[in-house]
Write a protein that binds this ligand. Structure first.
Ligand SMILES: [Co+2]
Length: 195
């Protein structure tokens, strides 16, 4: 695969279709500047600001685009967890992922067991990630495509009233935004240095 990618890049560069420096810039951005910390800030803002949450659920592409992060999403949909419904994201066909807000996808997201089993047995997959939901909570699985990417807005943990967006963002893990995890409880970050 690496050889094929390199061969493709050299041909495109030779023919003048791409600039290797531009490619390096994009790769560097996804490796360093664009990552789940962006999604975490978006979720924290939604928790802290009900009007922003409304805009996010109504049109995530526009709501996130307006925040001015390095990566601007093009076809983003935000789905909100509630006690009644837990949302989980997959791409059954390949590995479509909301890169602009979560960065590069984890290896398990691209694996065929996750891609097939997330749909057939979401509760079983969640259990493997250590997530056990009440039996009455419905699990909704969203299949991403090249046109549509999803981000989960997890439930805000108890014991966080009055927290700043910065502090709330520390509770939002990548898996919580894919739906294979929940937001952390305040006690789980108690030992961390404050930011
Ligand atoms: Co895909």
């Amino acid at each position: 695969m690496q050889l094929r990618v390199r061969a493709l890049e050299s041909i495109l560069t030779e023919k003048g279709y791409v600039d290797p420096e531009a490619l390096d810039f994009i790769i560097e951005a996804y490796e360093t500047r664009i990552g789940p910390h962006i999604g975490a800030r978006i979720v924290a803002k939604a928790w802290a600001d009900p009007q922003f949450k409304q805009r996010l659920i109504a049109d995530a592409t526009a709501a996130v685009g307006a925040l001015g992060f390095a990566g601007r999403p093009t076809h983003l949909i935000a789905v909100e967890n509630t006690p009644k419904r837990h949302n989980m994201i997959v791409c059954t066909l390949c590995s479509c992922y909301p890169w602009e807000v979560l960065g590069l996808p984890p290896v398990w997201y691209k694996s065929s067991p996750y891609r097939s089993r997330a749909v057939i047995d979401p509760r079983g997959v969640l259990a493997e990630f250590g997530v056990r939901l009440p039996a009455e909570t419905e699990i909704r699985v969203w299949d991403s495509t090249a046109e549509t990417r999803f981000i989960v807005v997890p439930m805000r943990p108890a014991g966080t009233p009055g927290w700043s967006e910065e502090k709330l963002a520390r509770l939002v893990t990548r898996n919580a935004m894919v739906g294979t995890g929940l937001a952390l409880a305040p006690a789980e970050i108690a030992g961390e240095a404050a930011t």
